[in-house]
Ligand binder design. Structure first.
Ligand SMILES: [Zn+2]
Length: 235
């Protein structure tokens, strides 16, 4: 984040992305920083860093996971991701997942925007066969997540990220029917102004160096380079 800020990168939000796809100009050095799920480390670690460097991120939250209670303060030791997932599965997720109070605080300071990552993060393709029941379950998830965001933050956007990046063609139709116009995937691909906002690509960063990030930004910022690079990756 320090590297991005030093080089004058602008972190865009949902409205900027909509304007980008509508053909409007964005700063040359623009990127979108996204987080998925809504783990507590987003508040403990990411929020102060984004605030320090004047950057903003989009957080796709699983609205059904968010807990109640006061904002957590002071030094908090967080377990690794595997343990976080274990606690969620056994019903003690509050110790590792955001609370609404924290979501409201981050939203009010502008470090994070909040968008839908469904209500329960269920991979419905593993639960139900293809068909109307599965689409009904997904549609209900999407409606619940929108309603929760509206109730707590006073708004819900038309940006959605698929759980584990998994989607099928009829999911996209269902999301559009629920009013979502910008769908985020886990596919590595460039996002061109003339591209499809229903299949937005993202690059997973994990714990890489700033130099690695700089390289990826150079590749995906250039239609030609990214085309060659994605071809090379696939071959
Ligand atoms: Zn997720």
């Amino acid at each position: 984040m320090a590297w991005l800020a030093r080089r004058g990168w602008t972190a865009l939000g949902a409205d900027d992305i909509a304007r980008f796809y509508a053909g409007e100009a964005v700063p040359k050095r623009s990127l979108v920083i996204t987080f998925d799920d809504g783990y507590l480390d987003n508040f403990i670690h990411a929020h102060p860093v984004l605030t320090e460097f004047g950057l903003k991120a989009m957080l796709f939250v699983v609205t059904g996971w968010l807990g109640e209670g006061p904002v957590r303060r002071g030094a908090i030791e967080l377990p690794n991701h595997r343990e976080c997932k274990r606690r969620l599965a056994e019903g003690t997720g509050d110790s590792v997942v955001l609370r609404w109070s924290e979501v409201e605080l981050m939203h009010s300071t502008g470090s994070f925007e909040f968008h839908s990552h469904t209500h329960t993060h269920t991979r419905w393709d593993l639960q139900l066969p293809t068909g109307p029941d599965r689409i009904a379950a997904i549609s209900q998830e999407l409606a619940l997540s929108r309603a929760a965001l509206e109730r707590r933050l006073g708004y819900s956007s038309d940006h959605l990220c698929w759980p584990q990046g998994y989607y099928e063609a009829d999911y996209v139709d269902a999301a559009v029917k629920q009013g979502f116009n910008y769908l985020y995937t886990t596919e590595n691909k460039p996002n061109l102004r003339t591209g499809d906002p229903l299949h937005i690509g993202r690059v997973v960063t994990k714990e890489r160096s700033a130099a690695w990030l700089g390289q990826r930004l150079a590749i995906y910022g250039s239609p030609l380079l990214s085309h060659l690079y994605t071809k090379l990756r696939k071959s």
